[in-house]
Design a protein around this ligand. Sequence first.
Ligand code: UDP
Length: 407
Amino acid sequence: MKVLFLDQSGELGGAELCLLDIVAQISCDPAGRDALESQVALLSAGPFQDRLTQANIDHVVLRERPPHPKDRAFFSRRLRELFSLCHCLGDLIQLARNSDLIYANTSKAMVMGAIAHLITGRPLVYHLHDILTPQHFLWLNRNLLVQLANSCATQVIANSHATQQAFIAAGGHMAKSQVIYNGFLPEQFRIEPAQQQALRQSLGGKLSDDETFTIGCFSRFAPWKGQHLLLESLAKLNDPQVRLLLVGDSLFGEEAYVLKLRKQVERLGLTEQVQFLGFRDDVPQLLALCDLLVHSPVAPEPFGRVIVEAMLGGKAIIAPAEGSSPELLRHGQTGWLIEPRSSESLALAIQTLKAEPELRLRMGQAAAQAAQQRFHLYQTNQAIFELLHHTLNPDLMVASPVTTGVP
Ligand code: UDP
């Protein structure tokens, strides 16, 4: 049985990293069921493609050809785009015909996947990584996705209860949806002190200073991820001992926001305290160098892999009390929840946790333990493979455990 995984992006966003972990294990199902075959189809090229190649995963890029640079006229550009889309769709339908199931991993992929489903009749599973609220989606797009999910998808995998609730509130069918969290390999977050020391030295600056209190923020750069709010809080805190590592980059055309952040750092006089590290492949190692993690999105987060990664790294993390965070973290025990969009509340939380090393240690240890139990990759993949087998053979008597539980 072959599953066609479809993703809109060639970039390394959370949805793509999650997909990579699923596809990498699909051919060796630990439950001993007949292994599923897989093929990944991307709607555009990028570093995700390289990761798939490195992991030996069969994939193909259905490149939407960019408009020809000389093609300035509006209609000819649109015509070219339309041609490219039809071309891409034709290839996709061919791939779908050679598969038994289509798995749409992102929103644009869902639109394309639904068309392929309607033409080929192959069952469609939608992995919903987005929170369908007005802060994230226009009414029209929200409605389109929900209607397509209701009418075309056999199953909708929501990456958190917050995502599932938003889907249902937007008109999605509850009976079709199941919550399965992203999964992780805890051992990847156990970093040897020697490795930490080498990395600390390579980063240089004040990081090697024992007096420094290092905050990490690991997120792609986008206005809704709220790096600007964290900078505002840092200015309010006015504590030169605090150092901030901003890890990530703009993945989906938000370069203007990165420039704005750099100017904000200068304007607020934070150049000595803030270090931009760009997109990194060594997140677990960098996490290990931090005293505290901050995740400060200004709109509800659908899941937030970075929250669970911080937990697995045994770090205290501050996150807003909305979106997925309240179901991932228990305030004061495995994390610290604050009023959303409030730089005062964030500054106060940083100040409080900086002054309480014992509390940070206790929270980090409890968080690591909770995360190992609730977000293990074997457990989450198990639920996904079971769902796929069940979709392919609806008569199979399997009831997959919903990945849930208290934070
Ligand atoms: N990440 C990374 N390198 C970076 C910044 C982030 O590999 O420089 C990873 C991070 O570890 C996490 C993912 O990107 O696994 C982001 O996922 P999340 O769900 O937090 O956010 P999304 O990008 O999906 O909105």
